[in-house]
Write a protein that binds this ligand. Structure first.
Ligand code: SF4
Length: 699
């Protein structure tokens, strides 16, 4: 068993020249890059990797800034709760302590007394081992991950409509061959800049780009049509588009008859969404809506892509279903260079939700309450199916239950900075502080690690090998380029070390390639089937698209050409209704608060805020001059943004690109997620990050 000493370097890709071919540590594009130098490492392009063709955003170019960073943790730390003092520990001392505390908690509160919280940035191997560790070594059902807050609404909707959830069911480059690309709630020019070149090529090829977003973002600057609906009304907009397509006789009757079910109920439901009603709800003028419907009806290949702006709502799943209905009515899913896709967010947001990190799942996108799935996975693991626990709580519900009489009393956190990224974060912090034991594995002393009893320093990106699955469903290989720093271990070592100390009935491998081979066996026959994928194939083929059930299978870049993954092979329409945000604006809280990202930062900022080459100006409140005038504030002046859950003070950023009734605050810094609403989507359990009612005053 490895214990995290310096691992041998992974070989450079055949024919790659100097350096190690790997991928950016951040977003779901997983741009290819070459790392050169073992001690002083620099980023060079990897021009042949098709997803980014050598391009990187500033986060990718500066990613090595965290290697050897002065704030990097290199020894396990134990906190004295009475004094708050940290002291160093050896790995054996730290793991012995954690294991003995876990045993105490479980002796008193049962297996579910201990929870595991994972992350969408973990490799597939780590996500898989965490799920197995929770179910076998801990015997707990209480495991979920922060990807629940990322694209779970799109995942839920795609599964219901198509029978499977893969962010994009086609390679990203297909985008540029579409006639119309509709982006609903995506600011990809800032969140994944190398992908924006595809939008430019759409237009060079004579196509059109439509951006739907309450803010006129950098992505809107590359669009032909820009609609700025009231936050939380994307669903009503989709219903209005579909109403006009039906009224104009523009639906594809042959496709609907041959490839779908459920159309009649949708057709009847959208009859009530005439343009003027949609205008009243969304703020999008009826003529603009008619122009959009006419555009979609007039083109052969229409592609609808959603992202967090549409999905992070208490009606996020239904919003995605409504836009899928639009794509299905036009006969697009399964057609070349057309269809529906979700632009996933976190680096391994896709793979992280396929292999057992979610409360309701087993590897291969199997459901944990399916007896056949339990039997298959248990056989791979060498345990009895009945020994596996059932479904646990979703991410926010798990955090909300921590420390309560019926909830877990201890939690292990891997790859997540919960205190910054959770909704209603002050409440979540109180729940974390109520635990008997909090263990955090991280690279640096994040805001969440600072609350822990034990912090375990783990490897990062360039120091480890493992697979990620990008937004296209392409399984790619992150190759180790640097030695592991002294005192640091992989999460795989942590899991194995704890499992052994807890008397696990099975051993946990620590070699990533060995873990991946086991993951392949566990996923075999599942929807996300990795059985035919190997590290060598990924190196040779620049990634392999799942499903790939056998070594001689080519992988599946495009889904749905002939059939959907439903029992009868047909896609499902869903009649959904617009309910609006869970919290509406009123006299006390008259402004919509929405949140999102900025170009130079990534997620909770635990990594990017520490990189000196990235600008870190802190959070700001973006608002329209009309709102600023009403408040009596000018650009740069301090304002207080308050909601029913808390308030924060930050500088105003005055711009005409946002709706006058909306204020935008980026979420990379501690603060705004303390203000957002924790209302959950009933299907995906996604919190409503993207809209709540707020009051803004001059500070
Ligand atoms: Fe590419 Fe995303 Fe990394 Fe930027 S953050 S370089 S877009 S993977």
């Amino acid at each position: 068993m490895s214990h995290g000493t310096a691992l041998p370097l992974s070989p450079v890709s055949p024919g790659a020249g100097e350096g190690t071919r790997t991928h950016c540590p951040y977003c779901s594009l997983q741009c290819g890059m070459t790392l050169v130098g073992r001690r002083t490492t620099t980023v060079q392009p990897w021009a042949e990797f098709p997803v980014n063709e050598g391009a990187l955003c500033r986060k990718g170019w500066s990613a090595t800034g965290l290697l050897g960073h002065r704030e990097r943790l290199t020894t396990p730390l134990v906190r004295d709760r009475a004094t708050g003092e940290w002291s160093s520990a050896t790995w054996d001392e730290a793991l012995d302590l954690v294991a003995s505390r876990i045993r105490e908690v479980q002796a008193e509160h049962g297996p579910d007394g201990v929870a595991v919280f994972g992350g969408g940035g973990l490799t597939n191997e780590k996500a898989y081992q965490l799920g197995k560790f929770a179910r076998v070594a801990l015997g707990t059902s209480q495991i979920d991950y922060n990807g629940r807050w990322c694209m779970s609404s799109a995942a839920s909707a795609s599964t219901r409509a198509f029978g499977v959830d893969r962010g994009l069911p086609f390679p990203l480059a297909d985008v540029e061959h579409a006639d119309v690309v509709v982006l609903v709630g995506s600011n990809l020019a800032e969140t994944m800049p190398p992908a924006a070149r595809h939008l430019d090529r759409v237009r060079e090829n004579g196509g059109q780009v439509v951006v739907i977003d309450p803010r006129r973002t950098a992505t809107a600057d590359r669009a032909d049509v820009v609609l700025q609906p009231v936050p939380g009304t994307d669903l009503a907009l989709a219903l209005g588009v579909l109403h006009l397509l039906v009224a104009g006789g523009h639906v594809d009757d042959t496709y609907i008859a041959e490839r779908t079910t459920g159309w009649e109920a949708v057709r009847d439901a959208v009859a009530a969404w005439w343009p003027e009603r949609v205008e009243r709800v969304t703020g999008v003028a009826a003529p603009e809506l008619r122009a959009l419907a006419d555009l979609l009806a007039s083109r052969e290949r229409v592609m609808v892509l959603t992202a967090r702006g549409a999905e992070q709502h208490a009606q996020g799943s239904d919003t995605v279903l409504a836009w899928i209905d639009v794509a299905l009515a036009l006969g697009m899913p399964g057609k070349e260079y057309a269809g529906y896709g979700c632009l996933t967010g976190q680096g391994n947001g896709q793979g992280g939700r396929e292999h057992g990190q979610k409360a309701d799942q087993l590897p291969g996108y199997r459901m944990i309450d399916d007896p056949a799935a339990r039997a298959h996975v248990a056989a791979v693991w060498g345990v009895e199916p009945d020994s596996l626990p059932g479904k646990g709580r979703s991410a926010y519900e798990l955090l909300d239950a921590l420390g309560t009489p019926a909830g877990p009393r201890a939690m292990l956190v891997h790859g997540s900075n919960i205190v910054v990224s959770a909704p209603r974060a002050t409440h979540v912090q109180e729940r974390l502080e109520s635990l008997d034991l909090l263990v955090v594995c991280d690279l640096v002393m994040s805001e969440t690690a600072a609350l822990a009893d034990v912090v375990l320093p783990v490897t990062q990106w360039a120091e480890e090998t493992g697979t990620m699955t990008n937004l296209e469903g392409r399984v790619i290989l992150r190759q180790q380029a640097r030695p592991v720093p002294d005192g640091v271990r992989s999460d795989l070592d942590v899991v194995a070390g704890l499992a052994q100390r807890l008397g696990s009935p099975i051993e946990f491998a620590t070699d990533p390639e060995e873990v991946f081979a086991e993951l392949g066996r566990a996923s075999a026959g599942g929807k996300a089937d990795y059985a035919g994928i190997t590290y060598d194939r990924i190196r040779d083929e620049q990634g392999v698209f799942w499903p790939c059930p056998a070594p001689d299978h080519p992988g599946t870049p495009r889904l749905f050409a002939d059939t959907f993954a439903t029992p009868d092979g047909r896609a499902r329409f869903h009649a959904v209704e617009h309910r609006g945000p869970a919290e509406v604006v009123d006299g006390d809280y008259p402004v919509h608060l929405t949140t999102g990202r900025v170009l130079a930062q990534y997620q909770s900022g635990a990594q990017t805020r520490r990189i000196g080459d990235l600008p870190d100006d802190g959070a700001f409140a973006e608002m329209h001059p009309l709102l600023a005038n009403r408040l009596g504030v000018a650009d740069g002046m301090p304002v207080t943004v308050a909601t029913r859950r808390g308030e924060m003070r930050l500088p105003a950023r005055v711009t005409t690109t946002i709706r006058p009734d909306t204020v935008f605050v980026p979420f990379h810094w501690l603060g705004v997620n303390r203000l957002v609403n924790d209302a959950l989507d009933p299907a995906s359990r996604m919190p409503e990050f993207k809209v709540c009612a707020a009051r803004v005053v001059a500070a």
